[in-house]
Write a protein that binds this ligand. Structure first.
Ligand code: PEP
Ligand code: MG
Length: 818
């Protein structure tokens, strides 16, 4: 029995392999092991021995000790997709290494940004013959530090494999990146389930199918044909399973909203991928984009540079106004487009083209087309989808340079089902939502920005329908059944009746939202203007829990008059037909600037004069607004103040209302950690509290909500944010004051379950999300939600909370089905 000591191959946090978010490693498919979350980019040999295999993309390496123990070190997860970018190997197959010899260097920042995770599993791939022992886990380790040992288990165990007749088969490798670590692990796993001796060969090289390392060493690429042999009785079955596995390739990396239809298609049907479920019958209209002529040559470098700068500034101003005016994905995407406009490389490339004598329009076109081409050739489908964003800003800048007026609302007949090759996000935003019943595109994906905006607008959408979409006759009647993944040309009455029956059923479902044990939860809608009222009511909203009044103030040269404000608020109150309307006072500043207010110079606008603080330096604005709100007729009109961080702010607005002689119900938004921490004091004086989870998460987690780098991390289900919400809910309950939540967390079914568990009985969310939230709440009991909330408050991460909430939802759904 030999004993080899094991050194840490890299500095970082040593943890259990169970923590690695990839079942190939966490479920020991490759063998037993551990993981290190690296804090540096240098990997060294943890044992002495021979290099068995350096992955062709340099992201993993396997070593074999002299006693035969094989250690695979895989830097990060899903790093094969980087195709070697950021990795440099210092050893080759067959080299001998001593402990501490450099193996691979990698760019920690690049891999950290682009890979699924930096967690680096280190596994003993022949753990049947060797045992791995670690001294302790969950601590920082230094590179080269001794962390454990590898010991051989007594040899001589009988092989589990049967002999006998040999069977043959062939398969074509369907895995996009060939037989790298993950496919190799799955093949070995599959092989181990059979008692046959199985080999896989590519050309002259062959490997035992039970050894993931040997499979990787075959270096089989996508499309290669591999020969399989298997012995004994189980041979044919083993081969059948392996052929299927090898040729099918990977499952999609990210789930798409829905797959193609589950039934055979008729002649008049075209299949697509569902981006937002739902169904609609309407008139097919093909979207045609005007082709713009752009002059090739410019009128001089100076002139063209100035023209480009001006056009960029105009598009930027429009996008900023759009992002401030909208909410949800549309706002975020407009901000992302601003980022693209400012992209230094893009700008420099365009300027180089101008220096070559090109016109500003042509130069911008060439530069964006080159960047789009690079994205198109990327392996990552998500990157490919960003091509549309580049095309979008290219079109917007070209339109300004061509002297066209700003995109207004496109004319569409009611009940239009729009068919397009690709629809740019800005084009979709210029369409009248109330006239658009459905959307189908031949290209695009379910995660394209266009699809996200369509989903936030609540428009049933099918994408990736292919060129067949062009055969739909203009003006024909079509049924777009996004839920079933199919578009039907000239559907028969039976089909239309089926869709109508489903819609009626959904309508009937909108009604009271009650948990299975009878607790009532009120669902209201967040509105950005009068146009949002109708979809909100259609979605079953019981009123408006947040009217973002900014929409009236942005994108104009001067502030709206008191009369204009009052008329607008009145129209919204009337459209709501007496249902509650909570009007939030102006929340500008920070990421929502307006041209006619000169804000003080601020280093950190998000921590500056935004929300109620604006009243400190422009008191006349809030005065006029309070008077306008006070003048609205209706029973259930409330006013709510944003960004409160002290009781004094509430008192000053209360005094202002008193001075105006108005007795409005006055609430406070709890969206700063300060407000949550003094929620008891605020609840004592306010008439109600409403939690703004978007800002509360931003300020509690110290993560800018507009920073795309942090978009994946800022999550209001983080236990720290939940604790602040819990404190606020408790303060509300103790004081007997109503407490609601109007941030995006209320628009998420999983978030809603946690909130119900924390005792919140009024949620205000985006209209398009209400039916999903309602259906989730109806599936669970409030008692279950309370247990969920209790566990969520002590969970470690937002991801854990999400897992707990989906577990509850899934088990409740199964329970209902029984
Ligand atoms: C919030 O912060 O949660 C909120 C509802 O306000 P807004 O998103 O408008 O800042
Ligand atoms: Mg807010």
């Amino acid at each position: 029995m030999s004993l080899v000591s094991l050194a840490a191959p890299i500095a970082g946090w040593l943890t259990s392999v169970r923590e690695v978010p990839d079942p190939v490693f966490s479920e020991d498919m490759m063998g037993v092991g551990f993981a290190i979350d690296p804090t540096e980019g240098t990997l060294v040999a943890p044992i002495a021995g021979q290099v068995v295999l350096v992955a062709p993309t340099n992201h993993s390496v396997t070593l074999r000790s002299d006693a035969g123990a094989e250690l695979l070190i895989h830097i990060g997860l899903e790093t094969v997709a980087l195709r070697g970018r950021g990795f440099e190997a210092h050893v080759r197959d067959g080299d001998r290494v001593a402990v501490g010899d450099p193996l691979i260097s990698f760019d920690l920042d690049l891999v950290g940004l682009e890979a699924k995770s930096l967690a680096t599993p280190i596994v003993l791939t022949n753990s049947g013959e060797f045992r791995l022992k670690l001294e302790s886990l969950d601590r920082l380790v230094a590179r080269g530090e001794t962390i454990g040992s590898i010991q051989s288990i007594a040899a001589g165990k009988a092989s589990p494999v049967d002999g006998g007749e040999v069977h043959h088969a062939e398969a074509e490798v369907g895995f996009v990146h060939g037989l790298h670590a993950r496919p190799a692990a799955r093949i070995a796993e599959c092989a181990k389930r059979h008692s046959s001796e199985i080999t896989i060969a590519v050309g002259a090289k062959s490997a035992k199918a039970r050894s993931p390392v040997a499979i990787m060493a075959l270096n089989a690429r996508n499309g290669d044909r591999v020969q399989l042999t298997a012995t004994g009785e189980q041979g044919p079955r083993a081969l059948e399973a392996l052929v299927q596995l090898i040729s099918a390739g990977e499952e999609p990396e990210r789930p798409v909203a829905s797959a193609a239809p589950t039934r055979a298609l008729a002649e008049n049907e075209i299949a697509g991928i569902c981006a937002l479920p739902g169904a609609a019958v309407g008139t097919a209209v093909h979207w045609r984009r005007d082709v713009r002529e752009t002059a090739e040559e410019g009128g001089g470098v100076e002139e063209e540079r100035a023209a480009l700068d001006e056009a960029l500034a105009i598009v930027r101003a429009r996008l900023e106004a759009n992002s401030a005016q909208m909410s949800g994905p549309a706002a975020a995407i407009a901000r992302a487009h601003v980022g693209l406009l400012e992209d230094e490389e893009l700008n420099q490339a365009a300027r180089r083209e101008i220096d070559q004598g090109r016109s500003a329009g042509r130069a911008w076109q060439v530069a964006t087309a080159a960047a789009a081409e690079e994205l198109r050739s990327a392996d990552n489908p998500l990157l490919r989808e960003r091509v549309a964003d580049l095309e979008d800003i290219a079109a917007q800048v070209a339109s300004v340079l061509a002297g066209e007026s700003p995109p207004g609302q496109v004319e569409l007949a009611p009940g239009t089902i729009l068919l397009a090759d690709e629809l740019l996000p800005s084009e979709l935003m210029s369409l009248p939502r109330d006239r658009l019943s459905g959307l189908a595109t031949s290209g695009g994906g379910a995660t394209s920005h266009m699809a996200l905006i369509a989903a936030s607008f609540g428009i049933p959408t099918l994408v990736a329908m292919g060129p067949e979409l062009s055969r739909v006759p203009e003006g024909s009647r079509v049924l777009l059944d996004a839920t079933a993944g199919v578009l039907v040309i000239e559907p028969d009455e039976k089909e239309i009746a089926r869709v109508a029956a489903t819609a009626a059923q959904l309508g009937a479902e909108a009604g009271e939202c009650v948990t299975r044990d009878g607790e009532r939860v009120r669902l209201l809608a967040n509105l950005g203007g009068l146009a949002d009222v109708e979809p909100a009511l259609a979605a079953g909203a019981e009123g408006c829990g947040l009217l973002r009044t900014e929409f009236l103030f942005l994108d104009r040269a001067e502030a709206p008059s008191e009369e204009e404000q009052q008329a607008t608020y009145q129209a919204i109150a009337d459209a709501l037909g007496g249902r509650p309307l909570t009007i939030r006072t102006l929340d500008i500043g920070g990421d929502k600037p307006v041209p006619y207010i000169r804000f003080p110079q601020e280093q950190n606008p998000a921590l500056g004069a935004r929300g109620i603080r604006t009243a400190l330096f422009r008191p006349e604005l809030i005065d006029a607004q309070l008077r306008a709100i006070g003048g609205v007729r209706g029973e259930a009109i409330k006013v709510m103040i944003p960004m409160v961080s002290s009781v004094a702010e509430l008192r000053s607005v209360r005094e202002q209302l008193g001075a105006l002689g108005t007795k409005l119900t006055l609430g406070v938004m709890v969206e700063t950690p300060a407000a949550a921490l003094i929620a008891d004091r605020l609840a004592a004086e306010a008439d109600f509290l409403s939690i703004g989870s978007n800002d509360l998460a931003q300020y509690a987690l110290a993560m800018d909500r507009t920073n795309p780098l942090l978009a994946g991390s800022i999550d209001a289900l983080h236990p720290a944010v939940l604790r602040l919400i819990a404190m606020t809910a408790e303060a509300g309950q103790r004081s007997g004051k109503p407490i609601s939540l109007c941030g995006n967390l209320a628009s998420e079914p999983l978030g809603a379950l946690v909130l119900v568990g924390l005792g919140i009985r009024e949620l205000s969310g985006v209209p398009a999300a209400l039916s999903a939230v309602r259906s989730a709440i109806r599936q669970v009991t409030a008692a279950d939600c309370r247990r969920l909330a209790e566990r969520a408050l002590t969970a470690e991460s937002a991801a854990d909370v999400r897992a707990l909430a989906s577990e509850l939802l899934n088990s409740s759904a199964e329970g209902e089905g029984e």
